[in-house]
Design a protein. Structure first.
Length: 343
């Protein structure tokens, strides 16, 4: 194991999971104080530290990553084992820890189960690609995914959009390029010869955007950085920067905003040096071949959730104003980034 990763076992918490974006300005962050639907943050609680460097393949490429091995079993609401009714299976892409995703989505899925009159089962995996595979094979019916994960799912096997969250009046988000305040890094080019953290190979903000910045400099991660890793969640990337495991990272804007709101101490350590343009927010999607009547009911559930008191309270707890309709054209800029960097 490389020397600069040795201290990570004692420093870094939780498992990894993703979704990408960036936003630059060397000034202080404006904290929105809102929870983003898909990015709920890890409780440091009783989790043990388990840092393993390994490799995984994306498009045949060997990728260095941090694995935290905190896979959760699926949860059911209500329990389909006793009702005998086929459950609706749902997955939440691993932008943050599975443990926290389960906690924050429980209210929403309980309400969805009552609305449909059938059980709802949550099935979790560690990476965006694994979540996409669940959709492709029909192992899950609905998923909350990141933007580029949606683009790949749509283009490769026909996944369909249901809705997109509106947060603080917008259905867009950004990527932040971050570093420690004492790093001496003031521009992305200053990361040359330094250590950098990506989130997930299918993350717009955590991977595609920083790859684009490298492309514009006519270089590649392996040539530009001294080393790079995949953390598989935005909160893990933030902690990796904070704890000095890496010198910089590209993370989703609202994840960092929420972490700063929860832990103002982070503002003493983390600085945003660059940000991306706006991207359409991570959507809710369904697998191809899902019953049309069920798909319509699911779409209606999300688009009208804000119209009743219980739904409004659930959305408020998740930091979402409401869900809005979405079209594939909304993700044209993300698709273009993928083509630009050859992913």
């Amino acid at each position: 194991m490389e020397p600069h990763f040795e201290g990570a076992r004692r420093k870094l918490v939780a498992r990894s999971e993703i979704c990408l974006q960036t936003w630059p300005k060397g000034d202080e962050l404006v904290i929105k104080g809102r929870k983003h639907l898909c990015w709920i943050f890890l409780s440091l609680g009783a989790l043990g530290w388990s840092l393993l460097l390994s490799g995984c393949r994306a498009n045949g490429e060997q990728l260095p990553f941090i694995s935290f091995h905190e896979r959760e079993a699926a949860t059911v609401s209500p329990d389909s084992r006793h009702t005998g009714v086929e459950p609706l299976r749902v997955s939440v892409a691993s932008m943050t820890s599975t443990r926290e995703s389960l906690r924050y989505y429980k209210e929403l899925l309980d309400f969805l189960a009552e609305y449909l009159g059938q059980p709802v089962e949550m099935v979790q995996r560690n990476t965006y690609a694994e979540t996409n595979e669940l959709l492709r094979t029909g192992a899950v019916d609905l998923a909350f995914v990141c933007t580029y994960a949606y683009v790949r799912a749509h283009d490769e096997f026909g996944a369909r959009l249901l809705a997109v969250p509106e947060i603080d009046g917008a259905t867009t988000y950004q990527a932040y390029i971050i570093t420690r305040k004492d790093s001496g890094v003031n521009d992305f080019s200053d990361f040359k010869g330094k250590r950098f953290a990506f989130t997930d190979p299918l993350s717009t903000t955590g991977y595609l955007y920083p790859l684009t910045l490298l492309k514009l400099q006519e270089t590649r991660p392996e040539d530009f950085f001294a080393s790079h890793i995949f953390t598989y969640s935005h909160d893990n990337s933030v902690r990796a920067v904070r704890d000095g495991i890496v010198d910089g990272a590209s993370v989703e804007s609202q994840v960092l905003d929420e972490m700063m709101a929860r832990d103002p101490e982070l503002q003493r350590h983390i600085r945003v040096i660059q940000h991306s343009p706006d991207f359409s927010a991570p959507p809710v999607i369904v697998r191809p071949g899902l019953n049309e009547a069920l798909e319509t009911r699911l779409r209606d559930f999300f688009l009208t959730l804000h119209e009743n008191s219980r739904g409004k309270a659930i959305l408020q707890n998740m930091g979402i104003d409401r869900y809005q309709p979405a079209t594939d054209d909304d993700y044209a800029s993300v698709r273009a980034l993928g083509m630009l960097v050859g992913k």
